[in-house]
Design a binder for this molecule. Structure first.
Ligand SMILES: *Cc1c(COP(=O)(O)O)cnc(C)c1O
Length: 232
């Protein structure tokens, strides 16, 4: 078995173990394979092991892979910053947009989602630690943006996507994730169909699962270290 396939199974084991240790139901945390910078052939190896959900940050690169892998039954999540000039392709080629942080962008995705496709699944990206360098709405703006998005019938609001400040300490990681969970819960009480709390990456997977993540976005632990010149 190739390294990448071994890592895929090992990450799935880590997720199952973390679910167990936090008293979460088995299978309640989904894996999004974050494949930015990696060629379609690497994604194919992971798809062969049964992975369907892939996350991409860079539109042009993503569109090439979506086309190259069109024969497989995959689910594509856009997780990078969304500028207005990207909405048309995202609406036409992705199943999910997790990084929506402005009503203007949501409206464009709604208008541009093709008629023959089901509504586009959407998460609101929240800047939970209020970092200047990160995109995302602040926590205090989440519910009003959710209210506006919930009116758009070509979008299906599913929940939140969270990228916390980089912290090594697990207690500090948990504190950020816990605040995200609180917001997610208030969304659930106010809106229909809220089932996705997308949080946790290679470095903070366990903390995220302990605090209620329903989808972890894993790149490095699965595909290996990215070439940062290309990645950022
Ligand atoms: C790159 C990226 C990830 C994956 O990060 P790793 O640390 O490589 O697991 C997850 N989420 C977002 C939004 C990313 O841009």
């Amino acid at each position: 078995m190739t390294e990448i396939k071994k890592r895929f199974h090992s990450i799935n084991n880590d997720i199952r173990l973390a679910e167990q240790q936090s008293g979460r139901a088995p299978g309640s945390v989904k894996l999004l394979a974050v494949s930015k910078t990696w060629p379609a052939e690497k994604l194919r190896l992971v798809a062969e092991e049964g992975q369907q959900r892939f996350g991409e940050n860079y539109l042009q690169e993503a569109l090439e892979k979506i086309e190259a892998l069109a024969g497989l039954d995959l689910e594509w999540h856009f997780i990078g910053p969304i500028q207005s000039n990207k909405t048309r392709d995202i609406a036409a080629h992705f199943d999910w947009a997790q990084s929506v942080d402005r009503l203007k962008i949501a409206r464009r995705l709604n208008e541009q989602r093709p008629e023959d496709l089901p509504p586009l699944n959407v998460c609101i990206q929240v800047n939970i630690d209020e970092e200047d360098s990160k995109s995302g709405v602040s926590a205090s703006e989440v519910l009003s943006l959710a209210e506006a998005i919930s009116q758009l019938d070509r979008l299906r609001l599913r929940g939140l996507m969270v990228i916390p400040a980089r912290q090594e300490d697990e207690a500090a990681q948990r504190d950020s994730f816990h605040r995200a969970w609180d917001l997610f819960e208030s969304m659930q009480t106010q809106f229909e169909g809220i089932d996705t709390l997308s949080m946790g990456m290679t470095g903070d997977l366990n903390a995220a699962i302990a605090e209620g993540s329903t989808m972890v976005r894993i790149g490095t632990a699965l595909f290996g270290q990215r070439d940062t010149r290309q990645a950022e």
